[in-house]
Structure formats: C-alpha cells, structure tokens
Design a protein around this ligand. Structure first.
Ligand code: DHB
Ligand code: FE
Length: 278
C-alpha cells in the first residue's frame, strides 16, 4: 500500500515567482522567506516522495465566478500553468498520475464528498509556486494530483469540512494499492487581506497558534466558522483551510521537521511548514 511520508505547507504569494525569476532570493527583503526552504529540501532528499497531492485554491484561472465547484480533483496526465499576470514566467507542465487521481475520486465519492472531476485543469500560482519552492530544479520531479478547494466565492466549505476532506484523502492514499511514497501539500494563507478597508490585515498571534495546533491539536481551527476565520485572518486568510486539509490527511501523530513564519511578504503573513508522519 502507498505510504504518506508527511505534509508540507506554504503561502503562495505571486511575487515569489517574480523573485525566483529575477534571482533576488538573497536580497534582504526575500532572504528570511527563502531561507526556510533548504531544511525542507534536505528532508525531501531523505524521504524521496514520488507523488504530491496538493490542496490549493484556484484564483480565477481554471474556474471563474460563473462556475465554482466547492471541491474539485484533477485527473489529467499533465497540468499546465497559465498564471493571471504579475510577470511570472510560466513553468513546464506538471505531470499527473491519473491512476491515483481516479482512486482518490472514487474513494471521495464513496465517502459522500460530491466533488467535481477535472480531466483537464489549468493550475495557477497557488499550485506552481509552492512546488517550485519545494523542488527548485527545472522540472518538478514528483507526479501530482491537484485538489482544489473554493476559497474565492461564498459560500465556502467550512474548516471542519476541509479537515474531513483531508482525512478522506489520507485514507484513500493509504489504501492505494501501490508502493509509491506520497507527500501531501497545502498552499495558501496565512493571514492576509488584499482589498477593502482592512487591506493589509495580518494576525500574527492567530497564525502562530494555528501553526502550533497542526502539531498536536489539528482539529483546533475547525471550531471557527468561515466568517470567524475571515474576521480573524482576513478575506484571503481563509486559504489556511488548505493547511488543515493537508494535516487531516496525515493521521494522528506527526513531528515538525521545520517551520518558518515571516511578515510580511507582499500583503501576506508567509508561513512554511514541513511535518513528518510518525
Ligand atoms: C497575494 C497573496 C495571495 O495568496 C494571492 O493569491 C495573491 C496575492 C499577496 O500578498 O500579494
Ligand atoms: Fe491566494
């Protein structure tokens, strides 16, 4: 059966792509953010996952406001990037694994998650940048399954529902008849609000409590409604449900390999975390 080696989480701020493209990772502005990745590269070199299942939110590239699935799963042989601006160079296609995608889809439907199945899927900065940060080489070396959660248009799934989705994804991976090693990724957050009267809102105490909870008390954030999360973390801060889904997939016990929290990058509290299953 397949084995989950652990989980990774990162913010997915588009200007990261511009910093990588310009080679400014060691500038004083960027260094505290990019310095969080070498320890994670070491862990990935040791654990050597074959596949990444990635919880992320699309921002209007693959789904626009006219059609907005709550949960959707990619089942394509490859996923192309066509970002929505910011001057980020597009990346080579990411390889899919339709075998694991369909296994996940079947398991999720059986478990009463009425997901949308995507045999074609464009992926934006929320998918591409964290993968580039974790695997900085020219081509992403792992096969991928995108799992998209709507956090751009109300109504959004609750934190509790996203955590349960993560648990169901974890069960599916663990009963996949394969010898592959899988890492589960969540991208987004932490606190940020890009527009409106509270643009620039950041809530460091909440973010740090949330990161702490992922180690030992992973259901902690499920006590909050989406509206409470918006109040606490900003309109785009709700993207932190991706971290919760990732954590749900890992099971009871994890150990923290590495974590970093740096504010701000652009308008966002930039969090990074690597958790190993034990
Ligand atoms: C920013 C953060 C995001 O999560 C995003 O999707 C777009 C922009 C930002 O802080 O600039
Ligand atoms: Fe975002």
């Amino acid at each position: 059966m397949a084995h989950i080696v652990g989980g990774l989480a990162s913010s997915h701020i588009p200007s990261i792509g511009a910093a990588i493209a310009k080679g400014t990772q060691q500038d004083p502005y960027w260094k505290p953010f990019f310095d969080s990745f070498p320890p994670i590269h070491e862990w990935l070199a040791q654990t050597q996952p074959d596949v990444a299942v990635v919880f992320y939110n699309d921002h209007g590239l693959n789904f626009f406001l006219d059609k907005m699935p709550t949960f959707s799963v990619g089942a394509a042989p490859e996923y192309r990037n066509a970002d929505e601006g910011w001057g980020i160079p597009t990346l080579p296609p990411f390889k899919g694994t339709p075998e694991l995608s369909w296994h996940l889809i079947n398991h999720l439907i059986e478990q009463e998650f009425d997901i949308t199945t995507c045999q074609e899927m464009w992926v934006d900065h929320a998918f591409t940048l964290p993968l580039k940060l974790f695997w900085p080489g020219a081509e992403c070396p792992v096969l991928t399954v995108p799992v998209c959660i709507n956090t751009v248009q109300f109504p959004m799934p609750s934190a509790q529902r996203c955590y349960k989705l993560g648990q169901a994804v974890g069960e599916a991976i663990r009963n996949w008849d394969s010898d592959k090693k899988v890492v589960v990724i969540g991208t987004g957050g932490l606190s940020h609000q890009l527009d409106g009267a509270r643009a620039g809102h950041i809530n460091k105490p909440f973010d740090l409590e949330f990161m702490k909870s992922l180690q030992d008390n992973p259901a902690w954030a499920t006590q909050f409604s989406i509206h409470e999360l918006v109040e606490k973390t900003g309109t785009q801060g709700v993207e932190l449900v991706m971290w919760l889904a990732m954590r749900g997939a890992l099971g009871d016990q994890v150990s923290t390999v590495h974590q970093n929290y740096h504010i701000p990058i652009s308008n966002t509290a930039a969090g990074v975390m690597a958790l190993a299953t034990v």
